[in-house]
Write a protein that binds this ligand. Structure first.
Ligand SMILES: [Zn+2]
Ligand SMILES: [Zn+2]
Length: 337
């Protein structure tokens, strides 16, 4: 089978290698679609992410759909949860598997991911896809799951004013989920104009092009909300200017949900702003058991994931797909097998 491995920063190579043999509770999967994620681009550019470094020539890929290739369910199309929490530690047992420090993750550290024709993955992490969800949309359920968890953390109420700072895939999905959760005003910011066009089409009521002057951005939001500010600010850029704009634009007693991953592994904010407003600040760590809701929302066309897929490549063209994603030309770059 073909696989794509990251050997060093910017060094992706196509290989021929044996089909993996499933062990214990694993199922053999034939991979059908894999999304290129912002976190994959950290690996691609930095040969690591946060404090994790490249351990061996790694197969990336954690947003994916597949077809079961062995056993009684052979031929069934599935979405795949890339995270395998241990299920036994205190955090798992208290209902926070997303915080499990023993999690194995597809395309991270020692665990090869989905940029290959076949892979073996535990059966309990597979979710059958209805006919209404095609393979590429099935791969989008993983980032949608992150967006669901992001909005869940905000405990929104109908009629709230929210802002999404950073309109990549996660931002545009967070925007749609926040609208479903009852947001009536939805501000979206990004530095890239094509992302703001998408934000507008997907339900943003106001879009603001970020210029690096976060004060101007937050002033515009404050003016539009009659000086009150946002009930919830979702930071989905992993960028310091977006963090600062989010803290500036949120109301007294509001919430800031930090979802972006910063390249330099450090996030800061002006303490006096956060303190005087008495802000609640939450960090997003992956997701909980949200795949059933993600499947429901996409199959009922309540969240549009297809509009986010702007580029499609074959597996052997993965090096080009990553170069395009790295230039931030589109929104979601999808690799289809
Ligand atoms: Zn991802
Ligand atoms: Zn655990």
């Amino acid at each position: 089978m073909k696989s794509v491995r990251l050997h060093a920063a910017h060094d992706l190579r196509v290989h021929e290698e044996p089909i993996p043999v499933p062990i214990a509770d694993e199922t053999l999967l034939r991979v059908t679609a894999v999304g290129v994620c912002g976190s994959d681009l950290h690996w691609y550019n930095e040969a690591g992410i946060g404090d994790a470094r490249l351990h061996h020539p790694l197969v990336l890929g954690h947003e994916f759909a597949a077809v079961i290739a062995n056993g009684a369910d052979r031929g069934r199309r599935v979405a795949v949860d890339p995270a395998l929490p241990c299920g036994r530690c205190v955090w798992c047992r208290e209902g926070h598997p997303n915080l499990c420090p023993y999690t194995r993750f597809s395309g991270h550290s020692k665990d090869d991911g989905a940029l290959r024709e076949f892979m073996a993955w535990p059966a309990h992490a597979l979710f059958p896809l209805p006919d209404a969800i095609d393979d590429a949309s099935g791969a989008m359920l993983e980032p949608l799951g992150v967006a669901l968890h992001t909005v869940d953390l905000a405990h929104m109420r109908p009629g709230m004013h929210v802002g999404v700072f950073g309109c990549g895939t996660i931002g545009l999905l967070t925007l749609q989920v926040a609208r479903l959760a009852g947001a009536t005003w939805l501000f979206a910011t990004d530095v890239l104009p094509h992302r703001l066009v998408a934000a507008r089409e997907l339900g943003a009521t106001d879009v603001l092009q970020a210029t690096g002057d976060e004060h101007a951005e937050s002033q515009a939001i404050l003016a539009a909300t009659g000086g009150r500010g946002l009930d919830v600010a979702f930071e989905c850029a992993g960028d310091q200017a977006a963090v600062d704009a989010a803290f500036d634009a949120v109301r007294i007693g509001g919430k800031v949900i930090l979802c972006g991953i910063p390249s330099d592994d450090r996030t800061s904010f002006v303490a006096s702003i956060a303190r005087r407003k008495g802000l609640t600040i939450k960090m997003v760590r992956r997701m909980k058991h949200v795949y059933p809701r993600a499947i429901e929302l996409v199959s009922r066309r309540l969240v549009n994931v297809q509009a986010l897929i702007t580029h499609r490549y074959k597996l052997e063209d993965a090096p080009e797909a990553f170069a395009v994603a790295n230039r931030r030309e589109g929104i979601k770059v999808m690799i289809e097998l």
